[in-house]
Design a protein around this ligand. Structure first.
Ligand code: ATP
Length: 218
């Protein structure tokens, strides 16, 4: 397991749109792991999601609005600047080479994404480049984590209520139980399509932006 303590949380996602589930989990991970900041990294072309994705600029504006007012939350355009699909491995390589970010990063993901890691581009390199923090989602049982091929069996340790595992790369996996908000971007998009209200699922500024731009309507 890595000995150093991570300083910066890397939170990549489609953010299509960003919602309170994202914001709350980022805040809890920041606090529980005493991170200095969380970098929100909207993906440009999500390799595993193709349908119904709002333009990169709209998703970027929504993230900007949503994190405004939290001095520990920062937006990174690293994936939007890069051409081609937003493979996390390229992002992590770039972050590793950035002075001040480098080695002390922890990549934040929901359990659903972590279980899909085998489908990602170069997953073995991903877990060599960063520690990982996995959070629960109401739709998944956190014990599903044990089925991951990237966990060293029997390496589990609990410290201050946080479970830690060794990844097969030697890096650390933190498993953090967060307040489960049963909100998903796909459900928000469905509600919009059906003409339903999306109030209280995401920040008001983001809701107004979606309405004014007519996003996610058929
Ligand atoms: P969609 O519903 O379109 O699949 P999403 O709500 O899962 O979208 P993403 O942008 O794909 O949003 O998520 C980015 C990351 O945040 C992923 O690792 C995902 O697992 C995690 N995540 C999103 N919403 C939640 C939530 N409510 N609780 C815990 N993790 C979440």
């Amino acid at each position: 397991m890595s000995n150093h303590k991570p300083q910066i949380g890397i939170f990549g996602g489609t953010f299509n749109p960003i919602h309170f589930g994202h914001l709350r989990l980022a805040e809890e991970v920041r606090q529980r792991l005493s991170l200095k900041k969380i970098l929100f990294i909207p993906s440009s072309i999500p390799p595993l999601k193709k349908e119904d994705v709002a333009g990169a600029d709209d998703r970027l504006q929504m993230v900007k609005m949503a994190i405004k007012g939290n001095p520990c939350f920062e937006l990174s355009e690293i994936e939007l600047r890069r051409k081609g699909p937003s493979y996390t491995v390229y992002t992590l390589r770039e972050i590793e080479e950035t002075p001040g970010l480098g080695k002390g990063s922890v990549f934040i993901m929901g359990i659903d994404s972590f279980l899909e890691l085998t489908l990602w581009y170069r997953p073995e390199e991903v877990i060599r480049l960063t520690d990982i923090a996995v959070v629960n989602r109401p739709t998944h049982d956190i014990s599903e984590i044990y089925s991951s091929p990237y966990i060293v069996k029997g390496s589990e340790k609990t410290e201050k209520g946080i479970k830690r595992f060794e990844l097969t790369s030697g890096r650390t996996l933190y498993v953090l139980p967060v307040m489960g908000l049963n909100i998903s971007a796909s459900e928000i998009r469905n509600l919009i399509k059906k003409g339903g209200s999306i109030k209280y699922l995401l920040p008001e500024s983001v809701e107004s932006y979606i309405i004014s731009k007519g996003l996610y309507r058929d």
